[in-house]
Design a protein around this ligand. Structure first.
Ligand code: AMP
Ligand code: MG
Length: 493
């Protein structure tokens, strides 16, 4: 490696999983331009942000030039999309550039998304456009600031090519950082082909990378399934706790690492609504807000199927039995994590009898009342400081909240404690700022149609400190105005 190499890659996927990918190169961009660079993430990855901010960064991050030491490749994977199995998807517009070991010793993938056609592109153009690239950047970084496991955005670049969507849009590339890009769909790819030796190799790689403590366990494949299950349960509980709707929980978008992967048609609920669905193609609400836990379990069952020949190569009936048990435990595990999230959101502290009912009954009280989910928890904290009227006013019929408020107050009184201190605790876990759909749209439209990155940058800055309410940011707090209308999101853009 030459002295001026910008990245110190350590490419385990390329080296250890030959046959699981196709080595490939990005398309040359005629006019590469860096439009965003995440300096704090660059520092975490041990990269020199000043070098990346220059022409070389534009050239790397647009996919034009592979940096020294990179082993760019397109990964093979399959996936269930809206319930139907596609045996071959793969990186149709993305390339794994290489892996970096970050400052904390963690291995991270550097991937480019939108870098041109690959052998997995099927009918697609291999491209991404600026709006969706910035959406993934913004929402991924917001999720990170909310403390939710997610892939990160290192940079966004434009290519200088206009790309045809509904209208011509500026072509762009996202540089994405992930704990890995192993998906449930990666396992499905080899399982569907009956390639058990490759599955063995893949599971061993996944265990080394994400669950190395399982390496010597006699039931390590069942152990892997349980770990992925537990990570998904925690992830989805966190999503629901902030009102996040992923929108396209296909098995190719379910990361083994437990990070949120792919921000295509995602959105945040304003009003609490268990069946809230935003994606234009999700007509039946398969991936609705409140369906996400059940869908996560369904996706895990698909992973379990792929692991059966590894879990017990001699006795399939036994493999099915133990894998089924692992999947059947999901609702209990999920419920437990969700309850823990809610205990914190409501300041309940250690769990007591009746807490689960208290949480459930709050949701029942909200149902059909057009309650802004994010504001409710901040307003409840205001209530502890003495004024409960803003919380009550969120309900169409404020008296619908009163019986619950009385129970909540009584429950908090049991704990004793200072209500102002408790309010401050609530504010540390309940965000004041989430990526409100209307603000995200405004920011993306300004950037893609008038190259005005101001709204994007301001919103990003607000979302980087979501729990800290600041004067002058009132416009970032509330739900979309009525004239914004129902929000519709689009996949594959
Ligand atoms: P996604 O909906 O982004 O998770 O993508 C699902 C599959 O479609 C993956 O195999 C992608 O690589 C592929 N894909 C999405 N958009 C494009 C595109 N514009 N060109 C080629 N492949 C694409
Ligand atoms: Mg995807």
């Amino acid at each position: 490696m030459s002295r001026d190499a910008v990245f110190t890659f350590d490419n385990s996927y390329a080296a250890e999983l030959e046959g699981f990918y196709i080595p490939w190169k990005g398309e040359r961009a005629p006019e590469p331009k860096l439009v965003q660079l995440n300096r704090s993430l660059a520092a975490e990855l041990g990269l020199d942000a000043d070098t990346l901010a220059g022409e070389r960064g534009a050239s790397f991050f647009s996919g034009s030039e592979a940096p020294e030491g990179a082993a760019p490749l397109a990964q093979a994977y399959a996936g269930h999309q809206f319930g139907d199995f596609s045996p071959q998807l793969g990186d149709g517009r993305a390339l794994l550039i290489g892996e970096l070991i970050d400052r904390n010793g963690r291995r991270r993938d550097l991937q480019l998304k939108g870098s041109g056609k690959t052998p997995f592109s099927r009918g697609g153009d291999g491209k991404a456009v600026l709006g969706p690239v910035l959406r993934e950047y913004l929402i991924g970084e917001a999720m990170h600031a909310l403390g939710i496991p997610t892939t990160r955005a290192l940079a966004a670049a434009t290519t200088g090519v206009m790309v045809m969507r509904e209208a011509p849009e500026p072509g762009a590339v996202l540089a994405r950082v992930a704990a890995s890009h192993l998906r449930v769909g990666t396992f499905q790819f080899f399982a569907a082909r009956g390639e058990t030796a490759q599955l063995r190799q893949l599971a061993d790689y996944a265990i080394r990378r994400h669950d190395p403590d399982l390496t010597d366990a006699s039931d390590r494949d069942l152990g892997l399934l349980r770990r992925v299950r537990d990570r998904q349960a925690a992830l989805v509980a966190q999503w629901l706790s902030v009102g996040f709707v992923h929108g396209v929980m296909n098995t190719d978008n379910v990361a083994i690492s437990g990070e949120t992967l792919d921000y295509g048609p995602c959105a945040f609920i304003d009003d609490y609504d268990p069946v809230a669905t935003f994606s234009s193609i999700d007509r039946r609400g398969r991936y609705a807000y409140g369906h996400q836990p059940a869908i996560a379990q369904w996706n895990l069952a698909r992973l379990a199927e792929t692991l059966l020949p590894l879990i017990d190569p001699q006795d399939t009936a036994h493999a099915i039995e133990v894998a089924t048990d692992a999947i059947d435990e999901f609702p209990t595990i999920y419920q437990d994590i969700w309850q823990t999230e809610m205990q914190a959101k409501l300041g309940l502290g250690t769990r007591k009898d009746g807490d689960q009912d208290l949480v459930n009954d709050l949701h029942t009280a909200m149902d059909g009342q057009h309650v802004d989910f994010t504001l409710l928890f901040r307003h409840l904290a205001e209530g502890l400081r003495g004024d409960m009227s803003p919380a009550r006013a969120l309900f169409d019929d404020p008296t619908a909240l009163d019986p619950w408020l009385a129970r909540w107050s009584a429950r908090l009184a049991e704990g004793g404690g200072n209500s102002h201190a408790l309010a401050a605790e609530l504010d540390r876990v309940n965000p004041a700022y989430i990526p409100r759909n209307h603000l995200v749209e405004q920011a993306l439209v300004a950037a893609s149609s008038s190259s005005d990155f101001g709204p994007f940058e301001r919103l990003l800055e607000v979302l980087e400190r979501p729990f800290e309410r600041r004067a002058g940011l009132e416009d970032y707090e509330g739900p979309a105005p009525d004239e914004f209308g129902p929000y519709v999101t689009y996949c594959g853009t």
